[in-house]
Design a protein around this ligand. Structure first.
Ligand SMILES: [Zn+2]
Length: 72
């Protein structure tokens, strides 16, 4: 299986499991996964900058999909 296909499958699973949406790359961390279900946030927020409960369990997958920006 091609790497790209694998990543798409992981991405889709994350989106479905955690009720996420994909958006423009976050300016702070380049992650493209946002959550919208939390009532305290009026706008979708990036899952890495505003990690939801239990985020540590799947943060590795997000990091793999969207490598963190290196501090230069
Ligand atoms: Zn972010």
């Amino acid at each position: 299986m091609a790497k790209h296909t694998q990543q798409s499958a992981i991405l889709q699973e994350l989106v479905e499991q955690h009720q996420l949406v994909q958006g423009d790359p976050c300016p702070a961390c380049s992650c493209q996964l946002y959550r919208t279900t939390m009532y305290q946030w009026p706008k979708p927020v990036c899952v890495r900058c505003y990690p939801p409960r239990g985020y540590h369990e799947w943060s590795d997958q997000v990091d793999a999909l969207y490598p963190r920006k290196r501090v230069s």
